[in-house]
Design a protein around this ligand. Structure first.
Ligand code: KE4
Length: 424
């Protein structure tokens, strides 16, 4: 069957034909292709077309797709049982590994998605502080948690529902949003809600409205304000964690959050999330404490094996320095291609974004100046040329250890033509 046939079929049984909205190509027009396999830096469509992939299943494929070490770990572990619902040694090894890689994480609990991780952080912050309000940043996306689907990024932004239907006003009203990189707005929010804000949650490097960076001193100021207000600082490192550095963005920027949400890379492609932080906070979780949180498949042995194999490989190969080298090479090529054009390219490590507008892009409002129609033309021209970028201006791109200089050179050639097709 062709992608078109499959999509028609899918629409009969699955809302919008997809199991996650951003896959529907609504941000770029047209219909999604269907994938039949993936290996290394490449994905193969059901039509047999091979594409250079810069989405990497939205972050988990940091070694590239289907790495041998992960496949072997999955097959070996699966042969001894798929799920137990009983403590197993791999959960302990994963917890120890995460605590060793991220010093701010003194204790950690496994869950099954990034959404579960951030949802649990929010409930834990509320339970620990006895406060109800949450402060978040416009355009940051933290999964489809009711309290966080307020001015959210990623697919919520792409599909025009940053404030999702179905979230009771009484709940949404407990979420305060301010622009990213605007420390005065954060100060005003604290002043207007004295002693009421349980947690301040952010992507330390927002990558769900494209990709922009915290300005110098911003994260430090957030840490100081949270200390002064006894508000928990929550880093959502579901995307940045274990990708930007072994210890994630918090290692790069030297900030110690109180809680961290994790996911993607630590699952090796299988459904895994995690949240962790200060032991005195984490000990408030059931069964020791009053904050309930649970999951049938949390710590699933096969998923733990996949994530551990991926993390071990990253560590053994010194993967993060190679990712920086690959990222720098990619950036050189991109900057040559866009020189003199009204475009803005951001990169940090192996994450990047090309905005179809002039800079600076420092928050959601800036990102929304981008010409989305032009992005859509660029996206499709690249796809025609055999290069797959995220199907939305409000997503980041991902490089992996499997991307080669030849991949990057080929991508540059395709991108130059695609920019012309897009009118740049
Ligand atoms: P999941 O529940 O989708 O595993 O994770 C939610 C999440 C939490 N925090 C951050 C910073 C995230 O980026 C995400 C999910 N990322 C999107 C990509 N922007 C997943 C893609 C999708 O929604 O299909």
């Amino acid at each position: 069957m062709t992608s078109r046939d499959l999509f028609q079929d899918a629409r009969q049984y699955i809302p919008g034909g997809v199991n996650s909205p951003v896959r529907a190509f609504r941000g770029v027009g047209g219909e999604p292709f269907f994938v039949s396999s993936a290996a290394g830096s490449r994905i193969t469509t059901v039509e047999g077309r091979e594409l250079i992939d810069y989405v990497g299943t939205w972050g988990p494929a940091i070694l590239g797709h289907a790495p041998d070490v992960v496949i072997a770990a999955v097959c070996g572990t699966a042969s001894r049982g798929l799920s137990f619902g009983i403590p197993n040694p791999l959960e302990v090894e994963m917890a120890r590994t995460l605590c060793e890689l991220v010093p701010s994480v003194q204790k950690v609990r496994m869950v099954n998605s990034g959404t579960e991780a951030t949802m649990s952080c929010v409930r834990l912050a509320r339970g620990f502080t006895g406060r109800d309000k949450i402060l978040k940043f416009e355009g940051c996306y933290h999964g489809h948690v009711d309290s966080l689907l307020v001015k959210a990024g990623s697919g919520a932004l792409t599909h025009g529902q940053p404030d999702s239907a179905g979230v009771p006003a009484a709940l949404a009203d407990l979420t305060i949003t301010v622009p990213f990189n605007d420390i005065d707005a954060v100060r005003r929010a604290f002043a207007a809600n004295p002693g009421e804000i349980a947690g301040l949650i952010l992507e330390p490097v927002p990558a769900n409205a494209g990709l922009y960076l915290p300005e110098p001193g911003f994260l430090e100021e957030l840490r100081a304000l949270c200390d002064r207000e006894s508000t928990l600082l929550i880093f959502d490192e579901v995307m940045t964690g274990f990708r930007l550095a072994p210890g994630g963005a918090q290692e790069i920027y030297g900030i110690t959050p109180d809680l961290t949400a994790m996911g993607k890379v630590i699952g090796g492609g299988l459904p895994v999330g995690a949240f962790g932080g200060r032991a005195d906070i984490m000990d408030h979780l059931s069964p020791d404490g009053p904050v309930y949180q649970a999951g049938t498949l949390s710590g699933n042995p096969v998923a733990m094996a996949a994530g551990l194999a991926q993390l071990r490989e990253l560590i053994q190969r010194g993967g993060w320095s190679h990712l920086e080298d690959i990222g720098a090479e990619f950036e050189d090529r991109v900057r040559s291609a866009i020189a003199g054009k009204p475009l803005t390219f951001h990169r940090i490590g192996s994450m990047f974004c090309l905005y179809f507008c002039e800079g600076p892009v420092r928050n959601l409002a800036d990102a929304q100046r981008s010409d989305r129609a032009a992005f859509g033309r660029f996206f499709h021209a690249c796809l025609e040329g055999g290069v797959y970028f995220a199907p939305s201006q409000f997503e980041a791109g991902f490089l992996s250890l499997a991307h080669t200089s030849e991949d990057i050179a080929e991508t540059a050639r395709v991108a130059v033509d695609a920019l012309q097709a897009a009118g740049y």
